[in-house]
Design a protein around this ligand. Structure first.
Ligand SMILES: C[S@@+](CC[C@H](N)C(=O)[O-])C[C@H]1O[C@@H](n2cnc3c(N)ncnc32)[C@H](O)[C@@H]1O
Length: 254
């Protein structure tokens, strides 16, 4: 299984955060339009793998990318050149991360969380295990992933595109989206961020592909299999502001 979430740099403090409110009041309340989110690595405890991103990029063809972007069986459980090369549950991936989400957002049994790009529901499953009673829902564009979701999460997932979330405004306390919305073209990615903003009544967190210099940019384009919107981290921050996304965020940088 691929590890896609490296630990990069510490966050600056120039943006106001909802986190301090979360500590005081449980899940943060937000005042839309009046705040910026915060750059914070909530995936710092996700296990790292030793991976030669240059080698992986070198073996990729446009056909590989096109197969991967279908997000079907080949992407999850097919050949490694088209995706994960076998996508199965292992508690060692998300269980160390859930306490970070829990503390950051002040999550309790009374809260609700949406995972946009939930795949087979592994993060959802671990969140429900570690925060008993919490409401967790998920959407994914992949019919294959949703058909093969971890069984106990089946009633809580559906096929949907991040750019058009099938929920009322302010439906969830927290919306999380890991390495998903960058798979859309830039205008649709903007729409997805606005959808996350719309359905969240509290906090949100997205992680997206980014780079900070030319070397990282080159590595990113070599490594990337599915993303269609990849930007410098400063461009992402400007983009969040332009589209009105006020949640928290972090990057995947190869
Ligand atoms: C990095 S994986 C998410 C992993 C997942 N959170 C877990 O617990 O294992 C990204 C997911 O985004 C999904 N995806 C890609 N484009 C999407 C879109 N436009 N809308 C919704 N899901 C999308 C893919 O099918 C894939 O399952």
């Amino acid at each position: 299984m691929i590890c896609a979430y490296p630990c990069v740099s510490a966050c600056p403090v120039k943006f106001m955060s909802m986190r301090s409110e979360a500590y005081l009041t449980g899940v943060a309340t937000k005042t839309k339009g009046t705040k910026m989110g915060r750059k914070i690595d909530l995936l710092a405890n996700y296990p790292k793998t030793r991976r030669d991103v240059k080698d992986r990029g070198a073996t990729k063809t446009e056909e590989d990318r096109s197969i991967a972007r279908e997000f079907g069986k080949e992407f999850f459980d097919g050949d490694r050149k088209n995706g994960y090369g076998g996508f199965s549950y292992n508690p060692r991936f998300w269980q160390p991360v859930i306490p970070t989400f829990q503390k950051h957002f002040g999550l309790t049994a009374s809260n609700s969380v949406l995972d946009v790009g939930c795949a087979k529901g592994f993060m959802m499953y671990d969140m429900a295990e570690l925060i008993p009673g919490i409401t967790v829902k998920g959407v994914d564009i992949s019919e294959y992933a949703i058909e093969n979701v971890v069984e106990v999460m089946r009633p809580h997932v559906q096929v949907a595109n991040a750019k058009d979330l099938p929920f009322e405004d302010n439906s969830f306390d927290v919306v999380i989206s890991i390495n998903t919305i960058h798979n859309l073209e830039k205008d649709e990615c903007a729409r997805a961020l606005q959808e996350i903003e719309r359905v969240s009544r509290g906090g949100s967190f997205v992680s997206v592909d980014a780079y900070r210099n030319d070397e990282e940019k080159e590595l990113m384009y070599a490594w990337n299999l599915t993303a269609k919107t990849i930007m410098h981290e400063d461009e992402w921050i400007g983009f969040f502001e332009d589209v009105g996304y006020t949640g928290d965020y972090y990057w995947f940088i190869p």
